[in-house]
Design a protein. Structure first.
Length: 227
């Protein structure tokens, strides 16, 4: 067993992003490590009732078994699967706690960021769950809002732009968009942000730099998703 062997839980739904997460999770588990692959599905509404409800659940389970049966092999890594009905974020967090996971990797398109951050990224009881630092650096994500020059409601647009920069609007950004606000909040940042990792290297390419590396970056991305 390798000194770097870990127990890793991965959220998987068969999507390209989850396949990339799976490959990354196997790499993080390392030789002699364990990889628990979780496929979670939303339970149908109770109002379906009886046989209809059971058939709906059966269909979800059958699809999940098909997805999990197609998992690739990872030499040196023990892979186990979990098929769970319920919210994906809660399912992944529950498996991580039960299995004593060292890390969680989520690439499933169904896992909303807010729920994942509440139940996984900032609160993995007893395990100190937190984001992984990337040695190559973390890219800075910047989102913008603007006013169209051709708008037929310029005054309303101005009012909205002004509202965006109020404390009331910006205070919702940290735990809904999961980004830092564009201003210092009167109440400060929500709990959990003080435990976030501090990247040693931040990346922000110019338009020309991005164009120069685009082809190589796309090829690397395609290769990762094909694993």
């Amino acid at each position: 067993m390798s000194d770097r062997a870990r127990t890793v839980v991965v959220g998987f739904d068969g999507s390209p992003t989850s396949r990339a997460a799976l490959a990354w999770g196997a790499e993080r588990a390392g030789d002699g490590g364990s990889l628990f692959v979780v496929y979670a599905f939303d339970l149908p509404p109770d109002m379906l009732g009886g046989t209809t409800y059971q058939h709906a659940v059966a269909d979800h389970k059958e699809h999940g078994r098909t997805v999990l049966a197609a998992l690739p092999e990872f030499p040196g890594v023990t892979v186990e699967t979990e098929l769970i009905g319920g919210h994906a974020g809660e399912a992944i967090a529950a498996v991580a706690q039960t299995r004593g996971a060292d890390e969680i990797v989520v690439g499933a398109e169904r896992v909303d960021r807010a729920h994942h951050r509440r139940h996984v990224g900032m609160d993995l009881p007893g395990r100190g769950g937190r984001a992984l630092p990337f040695s190559e650096g973390h890219y800075l994500q910047v989102e913008v809002a603007g006013k169209l020059a051709a708008t037929d409601v310029p005054d309303l647009a101005d009012q909205f732009m002004a509202f965006i920069l109020t404390d009331a609007f910006q205070s919702a950004i940290p735990t809904t968009n999961w980004m830092y606000p564009a201003m210092t909040l009167s109440a400060g940042l929500p709990a959990g942000f003080d435990t976030m990792i501090q990247p040693e290297k931040s990346l922000l390419f110019s338009a020309q730099e991005a164009a120069d590396i685009r082809d190589a970056a796309l090829e690397e991305w395609r290769n990762a998703l094909s694993q």
